[in-house]
Design a binder for this molecule. Structure first.
Ligand code: F58
Length: 836
C-alpha cells in the first residue's frame, strides 16, 4: 500500500504515475532521476547529483500547476502584471518550492529514510544570486507574493551567467571570485528558444515613406543580438498558481553571422558571437553607485526590448489588438534600470505598429509605473548623450520628442519659470549632456512611488519635487515587505512550529494574525519556549560561524547583527567604533560588568569601493585582536561572516537578538533586512530612517532602541557647517586614537588612515555626530538583555506586531492602487485536459 505523503485539503489535484505524492513515488522517482537524468548510480553519485535528482522530483510536481496556470491566463486573456527588474535575487529554490507545495516535512522524511542528509542536499543548491541587495531581493519577494495572491504576473529580467561575486576574506580583506552558479546546470529553468527575439543595437535612423505613402522612420542597426527566454516557475504558497520568471540570455543570432561567415571570416564570426554573449555575462556589482558603462546600458535595453517584444507576442496569441496593450499589461519599473522601456514601447507602437504619437503616448503612460529606491544623488542614473546616441539612436530621437512635448506642458503650467524647465528636462544640459533616466521614468508613468513613508515624503519634497508639483496625484507610497514563506516558514521552522501550535498556521498567508501572539507575551511558559527556540537557532548559527571562520561564539551571549551591503551611509563603521569603545572600557577596567556580546557582521563591498573594503578590514582586524585577547575573557567576540547571501541570511536572521539599522537619517530608502529581523524576534537598534520608523510605530517605542539625529536635524547640522572634529572628545577620541595608533594593524599607523581621516575631516554621514547617542542606546540594550524574561516579552511583541511587513500587504496595495489587477484562481488540469 502506498503511503500518502500529504493529508491537507488544498491538494485536490488529479495525480498521475509520474507526480504521485506518496513516499514510494518520491523515492522511486528520486532514483529514476539519478539514473535517467544524471546518468549516475549511488556509488558514483555526488551530493550535488542527489540534490539535482531531488530537484527534478519536485519540478515534476510543479509542472501541472505551471501548465494549468499558463492555460488559464491564455484562455481568459487575464490582466497581467509585468515586473521589470534588472535584478532578481531569488536565493535557493528547492526549499521554498517544497514549502509552497506543502510537502516539505514529508519529503524530508522520505529523503532521510534513504539514509541521506536532507539539509546537506538543500545546501548543495548554488543560489541564483542575480542581484546586489535590497532591490533585487525585493523583486524576488514580490513575485512570490504575486503567485501566492494568485495575480497573473511575469517577472522579466536578465539571466546573468555570473551573478553577484562570491566574497572570500583573505588576510582580513575582501577578495572576489566569480559566481559560477550554472556550473552544474540549473534544474529549475526551461529554455524557450522558440520564443527568442532579436534586439537591435547601434547604427542610424532614416526617414522613409511606406507603401501607403506614410512618413515613417526606420532604424538601421549595426548589431543584432538574440534574446533567448529561460523560464522558471514561481509557486504560490498552497495555491495552484505557478507564475513565470522569464530571464533573457543573450546569444548571437544565427542569420546575422552568415554575412561574415560567407566572407570566409570564421574567426570574425565567432568573435561576434562572443561579443553578443557578453551582454548577459555578468551582473554589475555596484550597489548605489553607477558608472556610465556602455555594456550596462546595453544590458538594460536588451532585457527591456526583449520583454516588450514578448508582450506583443502574447497579445497576438490572445488576439488582443495592440491599442489595448495597457489593458492587458501593467508594467512596473523596478527603479530606473528598465526606464528605457518608456522609449522602447513608444518605438514599438509608432515605428513597428504604426500607432499615432498621441495614442502611443497614452498607451505608454497607462502601462508604466515607476518605483524609486534611492535618495542618494550619486545613484540616480544619467547616461552621457554621445553614448546614448551611439547605442540607441532612434530612442534618443523619441526621447527628444517626448521632452519637447513635456517641456511645453511645463512652460504653460509654470509660466516664465525657465529654471524649472532646465531642472525638469529629460536632458541635463549643465555641462556634458546626459539623459536623466529618473525623469524619463516619471514622465512615462501614471504612478510613482517610494518604498517607505519617509522615503516617499522625501521624494516629494526633494529628489522629485518639481514632478510632484506638476502631478501631485501620481505620487504615492508603497512600504516594502518581505515574504513570510521564505523568511519565516522556511528559514525558521522551529519558530514556525511554535507559533502555529498556538495560533494555527493562517498567519503564513495573513501575517497580521501574528497579533494573536500578543497575549502570550504574558505567559511565562510561552516566553520560555520562545527563548528556547531562539537559543537553538543561535546554536545552529554558532556551528556555521565556527565552520566558516574558525571562531567559537557563545550562544548565551547577545547576538548583535549587522548584515547588508557595506556602504558608508549604512554606517558599519559606527558599529565597529562602538565595539572598540567596549573593548577600551574593558581594557581600562578589567572588572567592568558588561553584557557578553557577539558582534556579527556580513556584507559585500562593491569591488571598486575602497573605503567600504577598508571598513571590512577594520572589522576583521578588530576581531583578530578582541577575539584573542585573554583580558576580554570571551565577553566580546567579533565575527565577519564571509559571503552574505540569501542562503546565509536564512541562517542569520533567526539567530539574531539585536538588529543593527543604523543608517544616517534620510539615506536608507526603506531597508528590508530590518523587517526579516523583527519578524524573527530580534529587537532593533536604529535611527529614524526608512522603514525603521514604521517598524517602531508598529512594535511600540518601548520595544525598539532609538538613537540619532532625525532627517531635519541632519539637514540643519549640515546647513550650519558640520565639523566632525568638534565631536572628537571623551571615549570617541580614545577610540579613534587607538585605531589611528596602529593598535589593530600591528603598529601600521597608515592602514586605516583614509578611513579615520575621512571621518575626522569630512564625515559626510555624521558618524561622529551620532556616536554618543548610539553608545547610550547600546547601554540600554545591554541593560535590557540582563533581564532575559523581559527581553523575551519584547522579542515576542516584535514578531507579533510585524504583520504589516509581509510583501503580501505591499503587493495588495500595488494591485489595488496601481496595477488594478484582480486574482485569477487556477483550476488544475489533467494531462487529458491539455491533450489536443
Ligand atoms: C535598496 N536599493 C535601498 N539598490 O537601498 C533599500 O533601502 C531598499 O529597501 C531596497 O532598495 C528595496 O526597496 C538597492 O538595493 C541597488 O542594489 C541598485 C542595484 C543597481 C545599481 C544601483 C543600486
Amino acid at each position: 500500500m502506498a503511503t500518502p505523503l500529504v493529508a491537507v485539503e488544498h491538494r485536490t489535484e488529479p495525480q498521475d504515475e509520474r507526480t504521485a505524492l506518496t513516499k514510494e513515488a518520491f523515492q522511486r522517482d528520486f532514483f529514476n532521476n539519478l539514473f535517467y537524468i544524471l546518468g549516475k548510480f549511488p556509488t558514483l553519485a555526488t551530493k550535488n547529483d542527489y540534490y539535482q535528482a531531488l530537484a527534478f522530483v519536485v519540478r515534476d510536481r510543479m509542472l501541472q500547476r505551471w501548465i494549468s496556470t499558463a492555460a488559464a491566463y491564455t484562455k481568459q486573456g487575464s490582466r497581467t502584471v509585468a515586473y521589470f527588474s534588472a535584478e532578481f535575487l531569488m536565493g535557493p529554490h528547492l526549499g521554498n518550492n517544497l514549502v509552497n507545495l506543502g510537502i516539505h516535512d514529508e519529503v524530508r522524511k522520505a529523503v532521510t529514510e534513504l539514509g541521506l542528509d536532507f539539509n546537506e542536499l538543500l545546501l548543495e543548491e548554488d543560489e541564483p544570486g542575480l542581484g546586489n541587495g535590497g532591490l533585487g531581493r525585493l523583486a524576488a519577494c514580490f513575485i512570490e507574493s504575486l503567485a501566492t495572491l494568485q495575480i497573473p504576473s511575469l517577472g522579466y529580467g536578465i539571466r546573468y551567467e555570473f551573478g553577484i561575486f562570491h566574497q572570500e576574506i583573505v588576510d582580513g580583506w575582501q577578495t572576489e571570485r566569480t559566481d559560477k552558479w550554472l556550473r552544474f546546470g540549473n534544474p529549475w529553468e526551461i529554455p524557450r528558444p522558440e520564443w527568442a527575439v532579436h534586439v537591435k543595437l547601434g547604427g542610424y535612423t532614416e526617414p522613409y515613406r511606406d507603401e501607403f505613402y506614410r512618413h515613417r522612420v526606420r532604424w538601421v542597426p549595426d548589431r543584432l543580438v538574440a534574446a533567448v527566454p529561460y523560464d522558471t516557475p514561481i509557486l504560490g504558497y498552497h495555491t495552484n498558481t505557478a507564475n513565470t520568471l522569464r530571464l533573457w540570455k543573450a546569444e548571437a543570432p544565427e542569420s546575422f553571422d552568415f554575412a561574415v561567415f560567407n566572407r570566409g571570416d570564421y574567426y570574425g564570426a565567432v568573435m561576434q558571437k562572443v561579443s553578443s554573449e557578453n551582454l548577459s555575462k555578468v551582473l554589475y556589482p555596484n550597489d548605489e553607485q553607477l558608472q556610465g558603462k556602455e555594456l550596462r546600458l546595453s544590458q538594460q535595453y536588451f532585457f527591456v526590448s526583449a520583454s516588450l517584444q514578448d508582450m506583443f507576442r502574447i497579445l497576438k496569441i490572445q488576439k488582443i489588438p495592440v491599442e489595448r496593450f495597457h489593458e492587458k499589461f501593467a508594467a512596473q519599473l523596478n527603479d530606473t534600470h528598465p526606464a528605457i522601456a518608456v522609449a522602447e514601447l513608444m518605438r514599438l507602437l509608432i515605428d513597428e505598429n504604426v500607432v499615432p504619437w498621441e495614442q502611443a503616448w497614452d498607451i505608454t503612460r497607462r502601462t508604466f509605473a515607476y518605483t524609486n529606491h534611492t535618495l542618494l544623488p550619486e545613484a540616480l542614473e544619467c547616461w552621457p548623450l554621445p553614448l546614448f546616441a551611439k547605442l540607441l539612436p532612434r530612442h534618443l530621437e523619441i526621447i527628444f520628442e517626448i521632452n519637447a512635448r513635456f517641456l511645453d506642458e511645463v512652460r504653460i503650467r509654470f509660466y516664465g519659470d525657465e529654471e524649472r524647465i532646465a531642472r525638469m528636462s529629460l536632458i541635463d544640459e549643465r555641462g556634458e549632456r546626459y539623459v536623466r533616466m529618473a525623469h524619463l521614468a516619471c514622465v512615462g508613468s501614471h504612478a510613482i512611488n517610494g518604498v517607505a513613508e519617509l522615503h516617499s515624503e522625501l521624494l516629494k519634497q526633494d529628489v522629485l519635487r518639481d514632478f510632484y508639483e506638476l502631478w501631485p496625484t501620481r505620487f504615492g507610497n508603497k512600504t516594502n515587505g518581505v515574504t513570510p514563506r521564505r523568511w519565516m516558514a522556511l528559514s525558521n521552522p522551529r519558530l514556525t512550529k511554535l507559533v502555529s501550535s498556538h495560533i494555527g498556521d493562517e498567519w503564513i498567508t495573513d501575517l497580521s494574525q501574528l497579533r494573536r501572539l500578543e497575549p502570550l507575551a504574558e505567559d511565562a511558559g510561552f516566553r520560555q519556549q520562545w527563548l528556547d527556540v531562539k537559543r537553538a537557532c543561535k546554536c545552529d548559527f554558532a556551528a556555521v560561524a565556527l565552520k566558516k571562520t574558525g571562531i567559537t561564539i557563545d550562544p548565551d551571549s547577545l547576538f548583535d547583527v549587522q548584515v547588508k551591503r557595506i556602504h558608508e551611509y549604512k554606517r558599519q563603521h559606527l558599529n565597529i567604533l562602538h565595539v572598540v569603545a567596549l573593548y577600551h572600557r574593558l581594557r581600562s577596567n578589567p572588572n567592568v560588568d558588561i553584557t557578553p556580546r557577539t558582534f556579527i557582521f556580513g556584507g559585500k563591498a562593491a569591488p571598486g569601493y575602497h573605503i567600504a573594503k577598508l571598513i571590512i578590514k577594520l572589522i576583521t582586524s578588530v576581531g583578530d585582536v578582541v577575539n584573542r585577547d585573554p583580558a576580554v575573557r570571551d565577553r566580546l567576540k567579533v565575527v565577519f561572516l564571509p559571503n552574505f547571501n540569501v542562503k546565509n541570511g536564512q541562517r542569520i536572521y533567526p539567530a539574531a537578538d539585536l538588529s543593527e539599522q543604523v543608517s544616517t537619517a534620510g539615506k536608507e530608502a526603506s531597508g528590508t533586512g530590518n523587517m526579516k529581523f523583527s519578524m524573527n524576534g530580534a529587537l532593533t537598534i536604529g535611527t529614524m530612517d526608512g522603514a525603521n520608523i514604521e517598524i517602531r510605530e508598529e512594535v511600540g517605542a518601548e520595544n525598539f532602541f532609538l538613537f540619532g539625529l532625525t532627517t531635519p536635524e541632519v539637514g540643519a547640522l549640515k546647513a550650519s557647517g558640520y565639523n566632525p572634529a568638534n565631536y572628537l572628545d571623551g571615549e570617541l577620541k580614545e577610540v579613534v586614537e587607538l585605531i589611528r595608533s596602529g593598535f589593530f594593524s600591528r603598529g601600521d599607523a597608515e592602514l586605516f588612515r583614509p578611513l579615520i581621516d575621512g571621518l575626522v575631516h569630512h564625515d559626510p554621514y555624521l558618524v561622529f555626530a551620532d556616536f554618543d547617542s548610539y553608545s547610550k542606546a547600546q547601554q540600554q540594550v545591554s541593560a535590557a538583555y540582563q533581564d532575559r524574561d523581559h527581553w523575551a516579552r519584547m522579542s515576542i511583541l516584535n514578531s507579533a506586531r510585524s504583520g504589516k511587513f509581509s510583501s503580501d500587504r505591499t503587493i495588495r496595495e500595488y494591485c489595488d492602487d496601481i496595477w488594478k489587477a484582480p486574482a485569477v484562481p487556477i483550476r488544475l488540469l489533467t494531462q487529458e485536459d491539455v491533450k489536443v
